[in-house]
Design a protein around this ligand. Structure first.
Ligand SMILES: *Cc1c(COP(=O)(O)O)cnc(C)c1O
Length: 406
């Protein structure tokens, strides 16, 4: 009789968002008259900008004409998009070449798959709280060790606690990791890392011979000039960092699917093996290229008009973020994030735990958010709200929370 991948047995319980959905559905069944406002899941609500839709339509037309039809896309991405992406890096002062950019169907798959090009025994460091994909993908690959229920953590991971005390930026761990997952601006805390601090991480990774896997999905939300948009703005990052980006949060591609990963050619393992070649091989073997139509839409994101339109959308969400932050602060809550990221990380009042706050917010204020403890043990006592709703819903939700807690 065959055996399944036993690593999967170590994955923890039902996924956070399915538990939330179950609780929300149970409440709706007993209270059909209540209209809930959802500031929970990190999905956008604004439609894709007009100039991007126009480019997508034009690409659809091309697909219906024998002279302009496109079949399989190049595995690693069309040159026009890889050029546009490398061009943006150049504008940021980072020397990233087109052949260091790998176009994909999004940052979730890339951040889950990137671990495949590392040794099976590599030591993994993750922040706590954390975007769960980094954790679970390495569980599936067998790098996690056992789940320790009393600690709410895996035995073989190196956890880097992000708390109020360290301003939600991790400190160097005591034990040396091989792979370090960092995400800034951060999901779920909405907090950022300074250029200076990120440079320290790059120096540290180069010193100990580790790779930083840098998830910059929220780069477009940065407004503070001191906050780096890319890890390659730090010197020496090309020998120790992989960067993952997405079109989901900056341009509303959550349902369209497009992202990319940068693996510099200078990134080599202990034996001098190029990680760029390994990722090219992995990508070419397991992936058949993002659709032409979608890559044309992605190219339009980089046009002058596209940039103008997506900046307006980001400003719309950040107006929501400011409204939530200021509204909650006005009733005395302690609130983090929401300045350079579309997430607000609030401290549950009166020492309430995250799930109690979730239940009471749902049943008493009729607002849905995400319990901080769902992102890791260190998220206990915190709660995430997103700025991705409509302005009207955001305002209504904040008024409900104020009326509930004030
Ligand atoms: C939303 C999100 C992603 C996923 O982006 P997709 O490109 O839609 O797959 C990746 N990382 C973080 C931290 C995210 O919040």
């Amino acid at each position: 009789m065959f055996h399944s991948n036993t690593n999967y047995q170590r994955l923890q319980g039902s996924y956070l968002f399915s538990t939330i959905a179950r609780k929300v559905n149970a409440f709706k069944e007993t209270h059909p008259e209540v209209e809930l406002i959802r500031l929970g899941i990190g999905d956008v609500t604004q439609p894709i900008a007009p100039s991007i839709i126009k480019a997508m339509h034009a690409a659809v037309e091309e697909m219906g004409n024998p002279d302009t039809f496109h079949g399989y896309a190049p595995d690693l991405g069309y040159d026009f998009l890889r050029k546009a992406i490398a061009g943006e890096y150049r504008e940021m002062g980072c020397s990233i070449a087109e052949d260091e950019v790998f176009v994909s169907d999004g940052a979730k798959s890339d951040s889950a798959n990137i671990q495949e090009i590392f040794h099976k025994d590599a030591k993994v460091a993750v922040c706590d709280p954390v975007y769960p994909v980094y954790v679970d993908s390495n569980v599936m690959a067998g790098r996690s060790g056992e789940w320790e229920t009393e600690k709410n953590r895996y035995s073989r991971y190196i956890y880097m606690t992000c708390s109020e005390e360290n301003g939600f930026t991790p400190e160097f761990p005591e034990e040396d990791p091989d792979m370090i997952y960092l995400c800034f601006p951060n999901n779920p805390t909405g907090m950022t890392i300074s250029k200076e601090k990120l440079q320290e991480w790059v120096d540290y990774a180069n010193r100990i011979g580790a790779v930083i896997i840098y998830d910059a999905a929220y780069e477009a939300y940065i407004s503070d000039p001191e906050v780096p948009h890319s890890i390659y703005q730090c010197s020496g990052a090309e020998t120790c960092a992989i960067e993952i980006r997405s079109f989901s949060k900056n341009a509303g591609f959550t349902g369209v699917r497009l992202g990319f990963t940068v693996v510099p050619k200078a990134l080599k393992d202990a034996d001098g093996i190029s990680m760029n070649s390994l990722w090219a091989r992995r990508h070419g073997t397991c992936y058949n290229g993002a659709p032409y139509i979608i890559q044309k839409a992605g190219e339009a994101v980089y046009s002058e008009q596209g940039q103008k339109e997506i900046r307006e959308q980001i400003a719309y969400y950040m107006k929501n973020a400011a409204y939530i932050r200021e509204g909650l602060e006005s009733i005395g809550l302690t609130v983090y994030g929401g300045v350079n990221a579309p997430y607000i990380w609030l401290k549950c009042p009166d020492g309430m735990d995250s799930w109690t706050f979730f239940d009471r917010l749902l049943t008493e204020a009729h607002v849905v958010g995400t319990p901080g403890s769902g992102f890791g043990a260190a998220g206990e006592g915190f709660f995430r709200l997103t700025a991705f709703g409509t302005y009207e819903n955001t305002v209504a939700a904040v008024e409900r929370i104020k009326a509930w807690l004030a």
